[in-house]
Structures are given as structure tokens and as C-alpha cells.
Design a protein around this ligand. Structure first.
Ligand SMILES: [Mg+2]
Length: 157
């Protein structure tokens, strides 16, 4: 129940071809640290392009987030996608999302960065769960990595 069906290095790897090959016809998408860094109000350009690609391929997307309603509504308006928040994942929200998409769980990819909300909740409704690395932490990790590389050069001679 806590294992994702797939682990992808980035959201953009979830292409229409990837979905079609697995019989997936819709996507339930997490917001924070999946679509954009936690607390951010701007969606990265590559993510907007990826969303556009799915829309053009006729794949419906539903945003399911535990974010506060005000921030969620602003981002939802920006993206022009159906969805609701706060969803109280993993226990709530997924059935409503499937109903809105008009698809059974087995035909839907649930995509998110957290095991105990996105993966568990998606698995509970029989969806194809996809785990992606959290955006904010990835940046944090990258920063730490660079600092580590800098360490030998930070000493005063
Ligand atoms: Mg998240």
C-alpha cells in the first residue's frame, strides 16, 4: 500500500505515451512540491509546457491538494484545471477526484511527492501511483551538495 507503481525523476517524464502504454486515461495531481515548490505562487515554465502537452493529448487532469483553499484557488485559476483543496489526503478526496474524471481507479495515474498522502491514497483507490522527488527538497539537496563541494575552498589560507 505504501509502494508506488512507478518512480520518476521528474513530472515531465509522465508523457502521454507513458500513460497510454499503461492504459491510463486521466491524472490526479498533487500541487505542493510536485507541480511547484511548497509555498511558491509561480509554476515553472517546463511544468506549464508539460501540462499543455497532456491537455492537447486529451488527458484530463484533476488537482488534489492538502493546501489551504485561498492559495489553492489562486493556483487553480492560473492553471485552469478542476480540483479541490484541502482534500485531507490520504483518506479523503480521491473518490471525489475519480468521480470528477469519470474514470475507475485503475485507469488513473495519481502523481505526488509524498508516500503517506499521495501514494497511500492512490493505492487505496486502486490507481497507478507515481512518486516524484519533492521539488523543494531537491533544491535543498542541490544547495547542500554545492556547499559540500565548496567546503575545501572556503578556508582562509
Ligand atoms: Mg506534495
Amino acid at each position: 500500500m505504501l509502494r508506488p507503481k512507478a518512480v520518476l525523476p521528474h513530472l515531465t517524464h509522465l508523457t502521454p505515451d507513458f500513460l497510454r502504454a499503461r492504459g491510463l486515461k486521466g491524472v490526479i495531481l498533487d500541487l505542493d512540491n510536485t507541480l511547484l515548490p511548497y509555498g511558491a505562487e509561480v509554476v515553472p515554465e517546463e511544468v506549464l509546457a508539460w501540462l499543455q502537452g497532456l491537455k492537447q493529448a486529451g488527458i484530463p487532469i484533476y488537482l488534489l491538494s492538502n493546501a489551504k483553499p485561498g492559495r489553492f484557488r489562486r493556483l487553480q485559476a492560473l492553471l485552469g484545471l478542476p480540483g479541490h483543496a484541502p482534500a485531507f489526503k490520504p483518506w479523503f478526496g480521491f473518490r471525489k477526484a475519480l468521480k470528477a474524471l469519470g474514470l475507475p481507479g485503475r485507469e488513473v495515474a495519481v502523481v505526488g511527492d509524498q508516500i503517506f498522502t499521495d501514494v497511500l491514497g492512490g493505492n487505496l483507490v486502486g490507481a497507478y501511483t507515481v512518486l516524484v522527488p519533492p521539488l523543494a527538497e531537491r533544491e535543498f539537496f542541490y544547495t547542500r551538495f554545492i556547499r559540500l563541494l565548496e567546503t575545501p575552498f572556503r578556508r582562509v589560507e
